[in-house]
Design a binder for this molecule. Structure first.
Ligand SMILES: CC(C)(COP(=O)(O)OP(=O)(O)OC[C@H]1O[C@@H](n2cnc3c(N)ncnc32)[C@H](O)[C@@H]1OP(=O)(O)O)[C@@H](O)C(=O)NCCC(=O)NCCS
Length: 163
C-alpha cells in the first residue's frame, strides 16, 4: 500500500505489515520516542496475535536501500472497536504526515474488519499526539488518573465514533 505524502517534501511512504525482521529498527524508534518503551517481547506478542492485531510499518521508499522504517502503528480490532495501542515516528521524519498515513491505514483496516468506533489513551501532556488524533475526529471522553509511570501522568481517553 503506497501513501503519498505529496506537498510535505517527503519521499513516498509504503505501508506494509510489520515482521520480526523489522524489530531492530522499530525498537530503535520506540526507545527514542517513549520514556517507558515497549520491549521486543511486547511487539513479538502483537505479531503473533493473529487476526485481532494489525501491526504496520511505514517505509520511505526512496530514502535508502533498504528503505528505512519511518514509523509504525499497532492496533487491535476487538468486536466492533478499534484500539490504537502504539504509534511512533522516527524523530527525523516527524511532522511530514507519516503518522497521519499510518493512522489512516489502521482506521481503514478497522473499518474493513467491522469496527464502528476507535479508542486510545494518550498522555495528558502529549500535545503532538492529541493534535494528530483530533485531526481524525477523536474527542476526549475521559481521564484515567495516574495511568502512566515514568513520569506518573494521567491518560486522556479519546474516542472516535462512526468509522
Ligand atoms: C505523535 C507522533 C506519532 C506524530 O507523528 P508525525 O508523523 O510527526 O505526525 P504528522 O506529521 O502526521 O502530524 C499530523 C498532525 O499531528 C499534530 N502534530 C504532530 N506533531 C506535532 C507537534 N510536534 N506539535 C503539535 N502538533 C503536532 C498536528 O496537528 C499535525 O498536523 P499538521 O502537521 O498539519 O499541523 C510523533 O510526534 C511521535 O512519534 N511522538 C512520540 C511517540 C508518541 O507520542 N506517540 C503517540 C502515543 S499516544
Amino acid at each position: 500500500m503506497n501513501r503519498s505524502m505529496a506537498g510535505r517534501g517527503s519521499p513516498e511512504l509504503t505501508i506494509e505489515p510489520m515482521t520480526r525482521d523489522d524489530l531492530p529498527e522499530v525498537l530503535a524508534i520506540e526507545v527514542s520516542s517513549f520514556a517507558l518503551p515497549w520491549t521486543e517481547e511486547m511487539f513479538a506478542t502483537d505479531l503473533a496475535q493473529g487476526t485481532m492485531a494489525e501491526t504496520l510499518v511505514g517505509r520511505l521508499s526512496s530514502a535508502g536501500t533498504p528503505p528505512p522504517i519511518a514509523g509504525y502503528i499497532c492496533v487491535w480490532v476487538v468486536s466492533d472497536e478499534l484500539h490504537v495501542n502504539n504509534v511512533a515516528v522516527h524523530p527525523r521524519w516527524r511532522r511530514r504526515g507519516v503518522a497521519t498515513a499510518l493512522l489512516q491505514a489502521a482506521l481503514d483496516h478497522g473499518r474493513a474488519g467491522g469496527a464502528r468506533s476507535a479508542f486510545l489513551e494518550v498522555r495528558a501532556s502529549n500535545a503532538a499526539a492529541q493534535g494528530l488524533y483530533r485531526q481524525f475526529r477523536f474527542a476526549p471522553v475521559g481521564v484515567r488518573e495516574r495511568y502512566y509511570t515514568h513520569p506518573v501522568e494521567d491518560a486522556v481517553v479519546m474516542r472516535r465514533d462512526g468509522l
